[in-house]
Design a protein around this ligand. Structure first.
Ligand code: ARG
Ligand code: ZN
Length: 869
């Protein structure tokens, strides 16, 4: 059953108010719902269809009267009221089984807590409802539960009243003054401790901030609380947006399908994005908490106050909110390093998606299962599109557009079109061409060619764009591509730019708008042949083909003053070295001279921010190298990259050793310290790659580290040694951390990502480990997600990796379809490999497609993946 964007119709009924009375019990929970329903149109005698899945209907009343059997019908997924009045109260009582809810959508019971997840369509698994984002209602909720195990009862909004009742039970009443779609509904019940703080808004309102965690984690919430307060201040400063309720609650759970959820006033988080102590969380974990906390907070305006008309508009809230959280992190940390990380993620996840069978536009036209569309395209590419709009309008105009967007649409359920219209309305700018970025899938390739004419002292730059077909979109039109650029003199200075358009003449940086298939710009008064720096800051989500040689790359690697492009030039040098080595099927045993020089310069630049230095010295990932090849040569890439790491290790052995020693500082949580740790651990990795005697040093760091970043870096290096026996280390790590699920996730993940011949057997065995748990998504991802991302093991030539993963997906699909469908993505990329592997991967997909009771989630992924066959 395919849902099409064009089929959108406004709701025929609205819900003015919802009253829920929920008797929580793990085995049998009863949900009584009173809905005030009102018909929108005059004459309309169609039945009213309410969504409902897996509900046992016990009672149904209309305006207080039991509804006769001939007045309603139960269907698969729905309750139909055959003759609904214009304006009435529908009361239903349903029964559900939270303990049996392994899909973790709707209301579930895990680790002793009741948790909900309603986005996108989980509310229909709690009660019969108009489960669509454009139906906004006021919610009141009374929760009842056994007091002993569930002393804390939370729902959205304000806590109105509470009391005791018979059989050791108690109740709490919550009311949310803001009308909201049901996907933002949440409840939590359990035995949770609370960390409290507060925030005073710009207009002087006191907001209580509460983070609910299991009592033994009360000491692990400081980073989350601090990030929340900074995010609240940032949204006031940068967007003029204040928080709107008296209370902002965050709950952490170990059992959650995704990162976190922005339920109104009651965010629910994967504990991975809340809990952190130096002994158990890495610097990367701390960074992840800051950005996800901010992301969910920012949703209060971009998502909740202004919500979605339908799920096709998902990027309206997600792309915009990712853009906002990226900018927050850039302001709070290093902008350059942040941008590099954001682009690295986009290229690792979104570019392959855009080039494969699951490619879809930022605003999709059709879906089978909406949960499959919480993708890198909707989130990350969506953020890039918002960023381009920000780039072309400028920060001040963008802010005016946002102000108008909020002013016009507060309290409404709107579309991406409304967002663009507000941007246009506030600025008088025409964004018509930009709409294509939302509807056209695929990553454009921009080819650049420059020509210098010494007689005329002119430099002409020609940019040409093209894009490959994607499923359902054989023809591609030219997109508006903002190319931020500069020209460097051979001495390394950015030159003043003069050309035919005089605006901004003399600036040293300009944005060229490529909005046709091919365009040429002429720069005048150019006294020397320049070296162009194009797509600075990665100003558009495209692949840039510069037609450069290593000399130009090396030049920019040492002279470009744009941190992103300088990094890009370094990556380019390393990438060329790797591709050449793979091509000639020899390892990259020697460092090409220009790469050597560029690395030497970075290694000796003690002034440079250590985190940025680490970025410059990190090789492109194996996946990224594979992306650049017509046919991904898994083994060739791995060997070449390992050989290059060895060569880099031995060529600069002394510098690495000096860095390793000099960067040892006592642990501190600030950005400079975490940058030092990153660089120091990178140094250790290079030393170990080229000199086995560093094994002892690595073991020593593993034993002596006073923080998880250093401890885990050493652990990972040891476990990833191709031939060392590390069983003692594996046992020790497990022994030390077995009480800490988030750390044990790392233990699983690092073993499953080891590029070792015995990894598959190990993974097979880990499935039987007492700590492995099919019902905990973090654990499943740690083992199976990591294995699917482990190129040499997953793509073993005999197909054993494919068969293994497919067998686990088959099992998981019975329990948790959302996660099962996600795990199948590596298999969907089969066209990128050689014929032998293609056959084996397709075989695995076909076997899965033949499974009985295939979920809609997994079914959609398999069908699309196999369509190209
Ligand atoms: N809205 C949440 C966020 O981005 C994610 C919800 C994901 N839902 C899903 N069904 N996958 O913060
Ligand atoms: Zn989000």
């Amino acid at each position: 059953l395919v849902i099409h964007r064009e089929d959108y119709r406004p709701p025929r009924f609205v819900v003015d108010a919802v009253d829920l009375d929920i008797q929580l019990d793990p085995e049998l929970t009863q949900v009584r719902a009173r809905l005030h329903l009102r018909r929108q149109s005059e004459a309309d005698d169609q039945p009213l269809r309410l969504c409902g899945e897996g509900l046992a209907l016990l009672e149904i009343r209309q305006d207080g009267q039991t509804l006769p059997k001939d007045q309603y019908r139960l269907e698969e997924g729905a309750l139909l009221l055959l003759h609904p009045p214009r304006d009435f109260v529908l009361e239903t009582l349903v029964q559900i089984r939270p303990i049996a809810n392994t899909a973790l959508s709707g209301l579930y019971f895990a680790n002793g807590h009741f948790i909900t997840q309603c986005e996108a369509e989980g509310f229909r698994r709690i009660t019969y409802y108009l489960d669509r984002p454009d139906v906004l209602a006021r919610f009141g909720v009374t929760l009842h539960a056994e007091q002993g195990p569930h002393p804390v009862l939370l729902a959205n909004g304000n806590r109105i009243a509470a009391g005791q009742e018979a059989h050791g039970r108690h109740w709490v009443r919550w009311e949310d003054p803001f009308p909201k779609p049901c996907y933002l509904f949440a409840l939590v019940a359990g035995d949770l401790g609370c960390v409290r703080d507060h925030f005073r808004t710009a207009s002087g309102r006191e907001v209580a901030l509460e983070i609910y965690v299991e009592a033994h984690h009360l000491d692990a919430c400081a980073q989350a609380m601090d990030a929340l307060q900074r995010a609240m201040a940032w949204d006031e400063r940068v967007y003029g947006r204040e928080y709107d309720l008296d209370r902002y609650m965050i709950v952490a759970t170990d059992t959650f399908n995704m990162g976190a959820m922005e339920n109104k006033g009651l965010n629910i988080f994967n504990s991975k994005y809340v809990l952190a102590r130096p002994e158990t969380a890495t610097d990367t974990d701390y960074q992840g908490i800051e950005s996800v906390i901010a992301h969910e907070y920012f949703h209060n305006w971009t998502g909740n106050r202004v919500t979605l008309r339908d799920w096709f508009q998902l990027s309206l809230k997600e792309g915009l909110t990712v853009f906002r959280d990226q900018e927050f992190s850039a302001d709070e940390n290093s902008r350059g390093v942040q941008r590099i990380g954001d682009v690295r993620r986009l290229r690792a996840a979104q570019f392959p998606e855009d080039a494969g069978p699951l490619a879809h536009p930022v605003r999709p036209d059709a879906y089978i299962e909406i949960n499959n569309f919480y993708t890198a395209t909707v989130y990350e590419k969506g953020a890039e599109v918002v960023r381009m709009i920000h780039t072309v309008l400028g920060a001040a105009a963008f802010r005016q557009g946002m102000d108008l967007y909020f002013a016009r649409h507060d309290g409404q359920a709107v579309t991406i079109e409304d967002f663009l219209a507000a941007m246009e309305g506030a600025t008088g700018r025409d964004l018509a061409a930009f709409r294509l970025w939302y509807s056209q899938a695929g990553t454009p390739v921009v080819h650049a060619a420059g020509r210098y004419d010494p007689a005329q002292r002119r430099y002409s730059l020609t940019l040409r764009q093209e894009a490959a077909p994607t499923p359902g979109q054989p023809e591609k039109r030219p997109l508006p591509i903002p190319v931020r650029m500069a020209l460097f003199s051979p001495a390394g200075q950015a030159m003043p730019l003069r050309g035919q358009e005089e605006d901004g003449a003399g600036d040293r940086e300009r944005i060229l708008m490529l909005d046709t298939a091919e365009q040429t710009w002429i720069f005048t008064e150019v006294s020397e042949p320049p070296i162009p720096s194009l797509l600075r800051g990665f100003s558009a989500p495209v692949r840039l083909e510069m037609g450069f040689g290593d000399a130009q790359r090396a030049f920019l690697a040492s002279h470009d003053d744009d941190p992103f492009n300088r990094w890009e030039a370094m990556q380019g040098l390393a990438l060329q070295a790797l591709l050449a080595a793979i091509d000639q099927s020899h390892g990259a045993g020697v460092l090409p001279e220009l790469l050597h020089g560029a690395l030497a310069a970075v290694l000796s630049d003690a002034q440079m921010d250590p985190a940025y230095r680490a970025e410059l010295l990190t090789l492109p990932s194996e996946d990224y190298v594979g992306e650049q090849m017509a046919v991904i040569d898994v083994e060739g890439i791995h060997c070449a990259r390992e050989a290059l790491r060895r060569a880099m290790g031995s060529a600069f052995g002394e510098q690495w050793a000096a860095d390793y020693e000099s960067l040892a500082f006592p642990y501190s949580r600030d950005g400079v310290s975490s940058g030092r740790r990153r660089l120091r651990n990178l140094a250790l990795a290079y030393l170990l790659a080229s000199d086995a005697s560093y094994l002892d040093r690595t073991r020593q760091q593993y034993r002596q580290a006073d923080n998880m970043t250093d401890h885990l870096a050493a652990f990972s290096l040891l476990v990833h040694q191709p031939d060392a026996d590390v069983s003692d280390i594996l046992a020790d790590f497990y022994q030390r951390w077995q009480q800490h699920p988030l750390v044990i996730d790392k233990w699983f993940a690092i073993q499953a990502s080891a590029p070792r011949p015995d990894t598959l057997a190990k993974a097979q065995a880990l499935l039987q480990h007492p700590a492995f748990d099919w019902r905990t998504p973090n654990r499943v991802r740690a083992l199976l997600g990591s294995l699917g991302a482990n190129a040499t093991v997953f793509h073993a030539a005999d197909g054993s990796g494919y068969a293994f993963l497919a067998a686990q997906i088959r099992h998981l699909d019975e329990l948790n379809p959302q996660i099962a469908a996600r795990l199948a993505t590596p298999l969907s990329r089969w066209q990128r490999y050689d014929a032998q592997r293609q056959g084996l991967m397709r075989q695995a997909l076909e076997d899965l497609a033949g499974k009985a009771n295939l979920s809609r989630d997994l079914g959609e992924v398999l069908e699309k993946s196999l369509k190209l066959a």
